[in-house]
Design a protein. Structure first.
Length: 466
């Protein structure tokens, strides 16, 4: 589902055409970068030049920068226990090189990170910040000592590399004594401990701040609608439980302590859009919630548009998705990810976060049932780095669409070609075209009275900037 219907676009395009013709405006020459087989984010030698068009091509994309949508928070990945441990084992020079490549100003351009509040399935062992043997509602045993060993040091280096790094905290499980099965693995949260758990969140945020790491947003529970069969740190949170926890405990606790931390709910798949609507329909929940965190494993991204249309003041954030380490195309599936990113951004998402930033060639460390791959893979024996197709796709977005950029209208149905456009705060404009077909495609891009006639290579991503 597209963000924009044809009637809205035709009206806005007409206005843009009249304005451009009245002013005699000519768009600037276009720089471009291509990823295709044997080309990895390769800049073309000569800029492209717009030319007037007389007849629109049927295979065309129409651009209207005057029709603007959400602003972008940015792109990033998850600093899981596994990723931080692998980074901590590198030499300082090698670790800095990876962080600069991912988060440096001249690197990939990532600016967001997701942190596990306690262990996830991608941890070396299951742990929380209060693993008392008996219920501890006063949190006398609360401790961040586990994270001080290597997670917080890596995060401090990441913040030094990217001073504007925006960090999201997501728990996979409350402490076991807060749950019905008394275990970190599976089970469900007990409402008896809602007050203590709100304090647990607050202590996590405050403790990280004291360590020089600011948490800017939290979700209540990673994948709130599943316990993953008790096979990993995880917990069920029913809809009414999440609503009551936010409205009566976490929101008021953050408010009372003056903690400037956003609250995002759901943190699960598109098919829970009905739950998102129900939760936001409660005034007390609505008051404290900044937006919805979405995963893309089940359902389709137009679910984000459904929720946006009902609650336009609330934001959409895409917080998890990553490659499969067993996929033969792990390193080359860039068009799959680029097309997915385009669809996510065309449905109101303000950010895209991949899953583990770094794993080894077996997709480890891992204590869960899944076979995920890292955005980057490090070989356990040789320490050689290899890069996923998702990494290659990120280059076409994160390097060019910066924080604060606004998505603007791009319309047109071209079989096998995905598209999305944005305008940066400095006025530069970005168009990403993804040709998922195994043959080159001819396409016309129109902006006002001008056009670019393009040939997109087979199996390619092309980013245009002007």
């Amino acid at each position: 589902m597209n963000l924009w219907n044809r009637r809205e676009f035709v009206g806005s395009l007409g206005a843009a055409l009249l304005t451009a013709r009245a002013r005699g405006a000519e768009p600037a020459p276009v720089r471009s970068w291509v990823t295709a087989p044997s080309r990895l984010h390769e800049q073309t030698e000569a800029p492209l030049v717009w030319s007037p068009w007389k007849e629109a091509s049927a295979e065309g994309i129409d651009l209207d920068p005057g029709q603007r949508y959400q602003d972008l928070l940015g792109f990033g990945g998850a600093f899981t226990d596994a990723s931080c441990w692998l980074l901590s084992r590198m030499t300082p020079a090698a670790r800095q090189a990876v962080l600069r490549d991912l988060y440096g100003a001249d690197g990939l351009g990532l600016s967001l990170g997701r942190v596990s509040v306690g262990s996830s399935d991608y941890s070396r062992n299951a742990y929380s910040y209060d693993d008392a043997s008996e219920p501890d509602p006063d949190l006398k045993h609360f401790s961040l000592e586990h994270d001080r060993a290597y997670i917080l040091p890596v995060l401090r280096e990441a913040v030094a590399t990217c001073p504007g790094l925006y960090l999201l905290g997501s728990p996979w499980s409350p402490p076991g004594w807060m749950k019905d099965n008394k275990s970190l693995l599976g089970g469900a949260m007990l409402d008896t401990y809602f007050g203590a758990y709100a304090q647990y969140f607050a202590r996590f945020v405050q403790g990280y701040a004291a360590e020089g790491v600011q948490i800017r947003a939290v979700t209540i529970q990673n994948e709130s609608d599943t316990h993953q069969d008790g096979s990993m740190p995880q917990a069920i949170w029913g809809q009414q439980f999440e609503m009551g926890f936010v409205s009566d405990h976490l929101g008021p606790t953050f408010e009372r302590l003056a903690l400037d931390v956003k609250i995002w709910i759901i943190d699960h798949n598109y098919n829970l859009w009905g739950r998102a609507l129900d939760e936001l329909s409660d005034a007390n929940v609505y008051k404290y919630v900044d937006g919805i965190a979405w995963h893309g494993y089940v359902g389709s991204p137009d679910a984000m548009t459904r929720v946006h249309e009902a609650f336009p003041e609330k934001h959409a954030y895409w917080t998890e998705g990553g490659p499969d380490v067993t996929n033969p195309r792990y390193a080359t599936e860039w068009t799959r990810w680029s097309a997915q990113f385009s669809d996510i951004l065309r449905n109101w998402a303000r950010c895209i976060l991949c899953w583990n930033l770094l794993l080894d060639e077996k997709g480890q460390p891992d204590i869960g049932p899944f076979q995920c791959g890292g955005l980057v893979t490090i070989n356990g024996a040789t320490k050689e780095l290899t890069y996923s197709g998702q990494y290659r796709a990120f280059a076409h977005f994160a390097k060019h669409m910066r924080r604060g950029a606004r998505i603007f209208a791009s319309t047109g149905q071209v079989a096998g070609v995905a598209h999305v456009a944005a305008e940066n705060l400095d006025g530069s404009r970005v168009l990403v075209l993804t040709n998922q077909q195994q043959v080159p495609r001819q396409i016309q891009c129109r902006l006002g009275r001008n056009a670019l006639d393009l040939v997109l290579p087979a199996d390619s991503i092309t980013t245009f900037v002007w």
